[in-house]
Design a protein around this ligand. Structure first.
Ligand code: HEC
Ligand code: HEC
Length: 291
């Protein structure tokens, strides 16, 4: 009797293992299909300036768009997620030093990466948040590229991007935005320039940096980072609707909200929003307060 139960238990466990192996095989197959899809992109080329005013504007954009979080402040590349089930995600070395970009990585390659999320091999880049940069004007994207290209070479090998089993499952299910090229409207025509003043319109332009976490509605919800705290509603129907402009600016510069809550930089990256100019924060406030 007992050995019969053991036998059946063994069959059930074995059956479960077989089902898991098959399910993982299916996810790996689907993952590879996403990762290896070829994109034939018609990149609109623009001139990349080299003057010092543009490079300075690019330095500010590099900071407020959070590039350093994944590529390092020296642009030499950096691991930003290291969790065996999810994966080891590292931003590449964006300089032309050893282990960095090849000399063949020209302006067209920069624009293809930044605006289309596509690598020189024609595949999607992994996790690079290009969908957040698609709407940047020609002047702004040109300034970011100008700044990056003007930085000194860093000799540091780019750490290979590795996706763990859980990362494959979550990305195929669309829970982790691993395939930026799939999310982009590749025909979008960017404006040459935008007016940078404290208007709701400019706030909307800047809010693209918030929607990756706060969702396109800016009403928040689940955290895109597995295990992260829920993301707040930052429209007029959330706390922001009751905040003064000063309260909003203080919250985004110090993490301290008018309700007295101290936001953690790991949850809400106020270390990044602290670098925004007054005009940028005022514009964001006007936009969110009226949303
Ligand atoms: C959330 C992390 C993250 C942020 C923020 C980010 N990147 Fe990336 N970026 C990556 C990763 C990861 C890769 C490598 C993807 C790959 O190898 O498939 C990458 C690749 C690139 C590439 C292509 C390089 C190559 O080797 O083909 C460029 C160019 C680039 N990023 C520029 C930028 C700039 C400029 C910014 C800020 C405006 C930025 N990135 C912000 C994660 C990020
Ligand atoms: C990396 C993800 C991420 C990004 C990017 C991000 N936020 Fe947040 N934000 C959060 C999370 C998570 C919370 C909730 C933190 C908590 O509850 O402790 C939050 C909270 C806030 C709050 C406080 C809301 C309240 O009710 O107390 C404000 C205001 C805010 N974010 C504004 C912004 C703005 C403006 C941007 C874009 C410039 C932005 N955030 C970008 C993740 C993000």
């Amino acid at each position: 009797m007992f050995s019969k139960i053991l036998k059946w238990a063994g069959i059930v466990v074995l059956g479960l293992i077989v089902v898991l192996v098959i399910a993982f095989g299916v996810f790996s197959f689907l993952f590879n299909q996403h990762a290896n899809k070829q994109y034939a992109i018609d990149v609109r080329e623009i001139e990349i300036p080299t003057d010092s005013a543009t490079i300075a504007a690019g330095a500010h954009l590099f900071t407020i768009k959070g590039c350093a979080h994944c590529h390092g402040t020296d642009l030499g590349g950096k691991v930003f997620v290291d969790d065996p089930p999810i994966g080891r995600f590292a931003g590449s070395n964006l300089t032309y030093g050893k282990g960095g970009l090849p000399a063949s990585f020209d302006n067209k390659a920069w624009l293809t990466a930044m605006r289309h999320g596509v690598s020189p091999a024609g595949k999607t880049l992994m996790l690079m948040p290009s969908p957040d940069f698609v709407k940047l004007s020609d002047q702004d994207i040109g300034a970011i590229i100008a700044y990056c290209k003007a930085q000194p070479k860093v000799d540091r090998p780019t750490i290979p991007f590795k996706v763990g089993p859980m990362g494959k499952v979550l990305s195929v299910l669309g829970k982790v935005p691993l395939f930026p090229a799939e999310e982009i409207d590749h025909t979008y025509k960017q404006p040459a320039d935008v007016v940078k003043s404290a208007t709701a319109e400019y706030g909307e332009y800047l809010s693209v940096s918030c929607i990756g976490c706060h969702k396109p509605s800016l009403k928040g919800g689940d955290n895109p980072i597995p295990g992260g705290v829920p993301v707040a509603n930052i429209t007029s129907t959330g706390h922001v609707g009751k905040w003064s402009e000063d309260g909003f600016i203080t919250a985004l510069r110090t993490g301290k909200t008018p309700e007295g809550k101290q936001l953690k930089n790991e949850d809400m990256p106020w270390g990044m929003t602290a670098q925004y100019t007054d005009v940028e924060l005022k514009a964001l406030y006007l936009y969110l307060k009226n949303l």
